[in-house]
Design a protein around this ligand. Structure first.
Ligand SMILES: Nc1ncnc2c1ncn2[C@@H]1O[C@H](COP(=O)(O)OP(=O)(O)OP(=O)(O)O)[C@@H](O)[C@H]1O
Ligand SMILES: Nc1ccn([C@@H]2O[C@H](COP(=O)(O)O)[C@@H](O)[C@H]2O)c(=O)n1
Length: 223
């Protein structure tokens, strides 16, 4: 079967990464989590006590510790220079600041450059906020994945509990609303559904139902 590129965009905790990984596994495609790249940039800035409003400072730090991805056992690992930060980028501190860092035009330019390098060979499932609108505008399949704020907060709440983290449902709901607002209202590459994207509301769907729906869309496109 011919290999294509699949873009999956949507707001926080809609289920993008979980489903994208399963779709990539089913198709023997490469899964690329672009959120991890913005998280890595944020982690680097926080670790260096940088001013998150100062784009030049963040870019200078990234020059010294460039972002790179590697894949072991089909799992994506993200590095800053030689340091594997795959786990370190998932803290609340990073989650609470990443959307601010992601508003910087220059930071986005650098991330998109890396992302476009990764799609030179088709057979990629890439998730994020601007994949179908900016990174891969000619993606053969574009999914805009949504779910209600309550459902997304519930999912993140259960996820945090399962990981043994403290979890406060109302605080998670507020964080999701805040991140969505910043992502949707920023000037550069805002989170918006591409005109040719298929919207999937996963509020009442299981992970496998969403995965199978996307696989059916891909099958129809490729055959
Ligand atoms: N359809 C679904 N039904 C129930 N739980 C789901 C569904 N999709 C994803 N989940 C769960 O919701 C949580 C968040 O999913 P995931 O991290 O994939 O979302 P995301 O859109 O990538 O979030 P973010 O953009 O914030 O990284 C995970 O624990 C995942 O297992
Ligand atoms: N293509 C993208 C991907 C992510 N972002 C920003 O990063 C934040 C974290 O992303 P997660 O997928 O890990 O939640 C996200 O809220 C965006 O602010 C982006 O701008 N573009």
């Amino acid at each position: 079967m011919e290999k294509i590129n699949i873009a999956i965009d949507g707001p926080a905790a809609a289920g993008k990464s979980t489903v994208a990984k399963k779709v990539a596994e089913a198709l023997h495609y490469t899964y690329i989590d672009t959120g991890a790249m913005y998280r890595a940039a944020t982690y680097l800035a926080l670790k260096n006590h940088a001013n998150l409003d100062d784009e030049r400072e963040i870019l200078a730090l990234l020059k010294q510790a460039p972002i790179s991805l590697s894949y072991t056992d089909d799992a994506q690992h993200i590095f800053l220079g030689e340091v594997d930060v795959t786990d370190a980028i998932r803290t609340d501190d990073v989650s609470n600041n990443v959307s601010l860092v992601a508003t910087h035009k220059g930071v986005r330019r650098e991330m998109v450059k890396i992302q476009r390098e990764l799609i030179k060979q088709a057979g990629v499932v890439m998730d994020g906020r601007d994949i179908g609108t900016h990174v891969i505008p000619d993606a053969a399949v574009k999914i805009f994945m949504i779910a209600s704020v309550d459902e997304r907060a519930e999912r993140r709440y259960k996820e945090n509990l399962a990981k043994g983290y403290e979890a406060d449902l109302e605080a998670i709901k507020a964080d999701i609303r805040q991140r969505d607002k910043i992502d949707q209202e920023r000037e550069v590459s805002p989170l918006v559904k591409a005109s040719d994207a298929i919207e999937l509301d996963t509020t009442s769907q299981s992970i496998d139902e969403v995965k199978n729906e996307i696989l059916a869309i891909v099958k129809e496109k490729v055959n």
